[in-house]
Write a protein that binds this ligand. Sequence first.
Ligand SMILES: C[S@@+](CC[C@H](N)C(=O)[O-])C[C@H]1O[C@@H](n2cnc3c(N)ncnc32)[C@H](O)[C@@H]1O
Length: 383
Amino acid sequence: MTEEIQENHRLRELIGEQIRSRGGLPFIDYMRLCLYHPEYGYYMSPRRRIGKEGDFFTSSSVHHLFGRLIARQIVQVWELLGRQSMTVAEQGAGEGHLALDILDALQRENPDCYAGLSYRLVEVSPVNRERQQQLLAGHTARVDWCELEALRGMQGCFLSNELVDAFPVHLLEKRDNRLREVYVVEKDDRFAEELRQPASAVIDYFDWLGCGPLEGCRAEANPAAVDWLRQVGDLLGRGLVLTIDYGYPAEELYAPFRSAGTLLCYHQHQSNDNPYVHIGCQDITSHVDFTALQKAGAEAGLETLWFGEQYRFLMGLGFVEVLMELQAKENDPRKAQQLRMTLKNLIMPEGGMGETFKVLVQGKGLGSPELLCQRGIDAIPIP
Ligand SMILES: C[S@@+](CC[C@H](N)C(=O)[O-])C[C@H]1O[C@@H](n2cnc3c(N)ncnc32)[C@H](O)[C@@H]1O
């Protein structure tokens, strides 16, 4: 592995220039440059990010069953909306695997729903948009790309999987009963941290949330997530907002045992807690505050219909049934076992994606339907 691939030197220089000219950068601005600098940012440059040759796996990159199950929830929304033409919008679709698996499943299993469907992708990264276009070439008549604002009045389902954890965050520490914000500075030619007075937006954010970092703890604040959900709630005419990501309710996120916060970096399938290495070549993420999303949603007319762990969500949608169907088609016992192991990843609590990943389902104009995803184990027919 060459050094160029480990770190983007040009991006490091550009960040250094900004630090010198501004006298230090709030961590949120540093993270924004690392991930979204138009030319050199991690998400904006041409590199493999998701999957075996990338830096991390996402549920949709694990197996097409994930998208196939979500398609079942979409079909129920279509029925609730009177089986009319509807929109599925997905923001931050990465390479587009979830979109492909949903569209394939709908085309095969619910052609009427598929025929009236408009699948709209909102993507900030031109490189990802191009990959999505290639992957979705078989569904050209159903898909297009747009800005968030173009979704105003949409009826249907608004989806995101691991979008919110990729928003830049403020990094904070509470010491001697004072909240301080992390700034990135240069010391001896290296990036270092300095604690300073927090931006007023941060103080306002925690006042609004009614919860925040405890004494001696480091934590993040993600006001962009709140603004985003308010915008989505405002744009949605009728339907569901489905937000899938790793995270916790606020009181668990800011609990005393999480004293180091949740900021994590991913590089070639290794996680680390140092955002000052592999600049532009590693993902930087933080866990999502689902209390903030529910509160922001409520302010924008979105009612929380369901919130829970990914394993319960997938079970409700028929995980076991589809697993058994896929297994029955597999004649080679080794491949059948491999399939079980792969799929276990999606629901396993320890070391898998089943528990850390949560699903927030918010609705507008749908009443309080019994959603498929909220079925308890006893209500699910096992073949
Ligand atoms: C971790 S990846 C998501 C992976 C993908 N959803 C999956 O299931 O494999 C984050 C994605 O969000 C995109 N993104 C980040 N901020 C965005 C924004 N404000 N609007 C649209 N896309 C955004 C990134 O370019 C990337 O495609």
